[in-house]
Design a protein around this ligand. Structure first.
Ligand code: GUN
Length: 290
């Protein structure tokens, strides 16, 4: 049996289009476009690619993009002063500081400076707390995108067994909370979990977010399980992998013979992150206009 492919690229394109339509309506009503400010410190090439594509997608969705590029040796005070300036700028609805930050910059201190009402990444402790207690707030883009695809595929998740592999603040923990809110029975597994294959075998839903290439094997999966692969790992060309091939955390070729549905890498979860970021920015803009 071959699994149904969950086409994140098409799903994201659809969401971006819908957000773009709503953003145009917002601009007409508010007399201004919704605005997203992205701050990039340093010259990490991967971050540069992300920031450019976020800027392009923002403009394509009828929103204003403000890009701030700072030198790698920027001090924390200067960076926080910029964040505070953006907090006070009425043209800016969402603020995203691209991570990782270079050098000794304290990511938590910088994120804490963002106005929670503009925290479209959902990384602020207030956003994390709101998610935890079920209050309205911003939810991190990647897990929210995964949730949208799961709901689209499975409908009601009540009573399903979900295993999230990975416990990061950005993906694993918020993902588990969203699944719990949807009445799934949730296990968070990680590098110290005993007998991980056995834990995964109980899951109707597997979300892999560990950052280890092709770690989740086909024989770990319950037949028919829905598999969401958050991993984006570039294999080392020096180890004979052609052009540093991109793979997920799941051994896709084998897993698709066992799973009921699965996201590919690339073209699965990845494209959803920016689409949800645009959605969060539009939600922020509507909240700011009351
Ligand atoms: N770096 C890689 N992905 C992200 C993201 O979604 N948000 C931020 N702020 N930094 C990132």
């Amino acid at each position: 049996m071959s699994a149904q492919l969950i086409d994140g690229k098409a799903f994201a394109a659809n969401l971006r289009e819908k957000v773009g339509e709503h953003a145009a309506t917002f601009a007409e009503k508010a007399g201004r476009k919704a605005g997203l400010a992205v701050v990039l410190v340093g010259e990490d090439p991967a971050s540069d690619v992300y920031v450019r594509s976020k800027g392009k997608a923002t403009v394509a969705a009828n929103m204003e993009s403000f890009e701030h590029r700072l030198a790698a040796d920027t001090t924390e005070d200067v960076l926080i002063a910029l964040v505070e300036q953006l907090n006070d700028d009425p043209a800016v609805d969402g603020i995203l500081v691209q991570l990782p930050l270079p050098g000794d910059l304290d990511e938590q201190a910088v994120i804490a400076a963002i106005d929670p009402g503009k925290d479209v990444d959902g990384f602020h402790v207030e956003s994390a707390g709101r998610l935890m207690v079920g209050q309205e707030g911003f939810v991190p883009c990647t897990p929210l995108g995964c949730m949208m695809m799961l709901r689209d595929r499975l409908g009601d998740l009540s009573g399903m067994n979900a295993v999230v592999i990975g416990r990061s603040n950005i993906v694993g923990k918020p993902m588990a909370q969203l699944l719990l809110d949807a009445n799934a029975t949730v296990t968070i597994a990680h590098s110290r979990t005993a007998d991980l294959p056995e834990v995964v075998r109980r899951a109707d839903i597997v979300v892999a977010a560990v950052g280890r290439p092709e770690m989740v094997k086909a024989d770990w999966l319950k037949p028919g399980a829905t598999v969401i692969d958050v991993g984006i790992n570039r294999l080392d060309p020096a180890e004979g992998e052609a052009k540093g091939r991109l793979v997920g955390d799941v051994d896709f070729e084998a897993a698709k013979e066992v799973a009921g549905a699965i996201t590919p890498v690339p073209g699965g979860v990845g494209p959803m992150t920016i689409a949800v970021l645009l959605r969060n920015t539009l939600v922020a803009a509507y909240r700011h206009e009351g």
